[in-house]
Design a protein around this ligand. Structure first.
Ligand code: UDP
Length: 479
């Protein structure tokens, strides 16, 4: 197991961007935490130190918790490729998808149990009786019983789920159920994600949140946005920028690289001009994100006379950088083939972008700049646990067009702070809604402004920390 070092962040930083009554509540939470569980260590355990929304949230929420005086620790478990193949399968099953086509039988149980037993041995030397442990996602569920036997209070948080169960979700939940029987609480992003055997008394709903100060979300001036996009070759016609610096989470300075050795970040054709209106989807290269559907929907619109200044950018992580996602390279190849088959007038306006993953802070500033530069952001996922890319774009006052599914529908109210596509497979419907957003700048502006307000109201860290204080106080009290 690896312990991730988290540098404290003062709570006042967050308090400064929320309404005064919420800032007051946040300060009261510090006293509640001290009284409720100030004498114990709070442990979070997950499967990765960086990459993905869970790691991002742990990083900032723990930093605020430590900044407020709470003893918060973060551990990342160890596993071999066979273990992660089993847990990726579980992940797919809980989304109702067959994944690699393999099963979850006795051999998978054995490997899962053995891997976690090795991790539990190390944990045993760290966690004291009475400590509070929040296990994150299916990878960690098998640690619960051992920790409880050692006297720790244990809850399990699942960041994924599917609106309507199917046979595969059933199999996934049956796999996990035996490991989680005695946990004190189950935490889900939406109530409908909980399997029916979770009693209401043990069900806690905590939606994710974003941090306004993370490199992914921090305010960037229009000049910086242009400079980042120009430096990485993602737009043409911008003045050549000097060195573009950014602040890393460890406090050091980084410089945005040109990535010239790989010919820039664009995987195809010429970059869009600086003044083009960009429609952007940022996602992992995962079939459930349906980058191919976005491309086809955009091409449909292009047939019907898309305004000349509109381009589509599909951006995802460099596939070599995401070792726990074997499907990434395959999905990206499918997108490249699909692009090559588009008619000329659409092809020149569709851009595939590969964002390097070797430097998480540089990755974050590139994504930030792309989202801020977008005229509209889309997220046409077929299944989506929550959809942090939606929250991130809404925070940046971008109008978002996204599928009416999973966590997305808990973030966007159709026509009020974004547009929802009722059926994520409906490409004509997608093209129609996108056409509307492109034709109506006032609508785009209004939705973007409302979107920012929604994130301030519901998806910032103070709400999340407040819910954690409730949860941990309850666990410490043994209720
Ligand atoms: N992301 C990123 N670089 C990429 C693609 C995605 O940093 O090239 C980030 C994205 O900004 C978001 C997270 O990865 O913070 C994805 O979270 P989301 O909940 O949208 O989907 P998930 O990948 O967890 O299914």
């Amino acid at each position: 197991m690896q312990q991730v070092e988290v540098r404290p962040i003062p709570l006042d930083r967050l308090a400064a961007v929320i309404p005064p009554e919420r800032a007051q509540r946040l300060r009261a939470d510090v006293a509640r935490a001290e009284a409720g569980f100030g004498d114990r260590t709070v442990w979070h355990v997950n499967a990765t130190a960086h990459g993905g929304g869970v790691a991002e949230m742990l990083q900032t929420l723990l930093a605020y918790g430590i900044g407020a005086g709470s003893d918060n620790r973060w551990l990342v478990l160890d596993g071999d490729p066979a273990f992660f193949a089993v847990t990726k399968r579980l992940h797919n099953f809980l989304h109702g998808q067959p994944g690699d086509g393999g099963g979850l039988g006795p051999a998978e149980h054995r490997h899962y149990r053995e891997t976690l037993a090795r991790n539990a041995e190390q944990l045993g030397g760290l966690v004291a009786p009475g400590d509070l442990v929040l296990l994150h996602d299916p990878q960690t569920a098998g640690l619960a019983a051992g920790l409880q036997a050692a006297g720790a209070h244990v809850a399990w948080r699942c960041h994924i789920g599917r609106d309507t169960p199917n046979d595969l979700t059933q199999i996934g939940w049956e796999f996990l159920r035996g490991y989680l029987g005695e946990v004190e609480a189950f935490v889900f992003s939406l109530p409908e994600y909980a399997p029916d055997w979770v009693e209401p008394e043990r069900l806690v709903v905590i939606p994710p949140s974003i941090d306004p100060f993370a490199a992914k979300n921090v305010e960037l001036s229009p000049d910086t946005v242009r400079a980042v996009l120009a430096a990485t070759g993602l737009v043409s016609g911008a003045e050549a920028p000097g060195e573009v610096q950014f602040l890393r989470r460890d406090g050091s300075h980084g410089v945005v690289r040109a990535h010239a050795e790989r010919g820039g970040l664009l995987l195809s054709g010429q970059p869009p001009p600086l003044e083009a209106r960009l429609v952007v989807q940022v996602s992992r290269w995962d079939r459930l994100k349906d980058m191919a559907g976005v491309m086809t929907g955009f091409a449909l619109l292009a047939q019907d006379g898309l305004p000349e200044d509109v381009h589509l950018v599909l951006a995802g992580p460099e596939v070599a950088g995401v070792t726990d996602d074997p499907e990434g390279a395959e999905v990206l190849d499918e997108c490249r083939d699909l692009l090559a088959r588009q008619p000329d007038r659409a092809r020149g306006r569709i851009h595939l972008v590969s964002v390097p993953m070797d430097d998480v802070d540089e990755n974050a500033i590139i994504v930030n700049a792309l989202q801020r530069h977008a005229y509209a952001v889309v997220q046409k996922s077929l299944v989506e646990g929550f959809g942090l890319t939606v929250t991130e774009a809404m925070w940046k006052s971008r109008p978002v067009l996204a599928s009416r599914i999973g966590g997305i529908k808990s973030q966007i109210t159709h026509e009020r702070d974004g547009l929802l596509l009722d059926d994520p497979y409906d490409l004509d419907g997608f093209a129609t809604l996108l056409g509307r957003l492109l034709a109506d700048r006032a609508l785009a502006e209004r939705l973007g402004t409302a979107a920012h307000r929604t994130v301030v109201a519901e998806f910032l860290g103070d709400r999340h920390l407040d819910q954690y204080v409730d949860l941990f106080s309850r666990m410490a009290a043994g209720t």
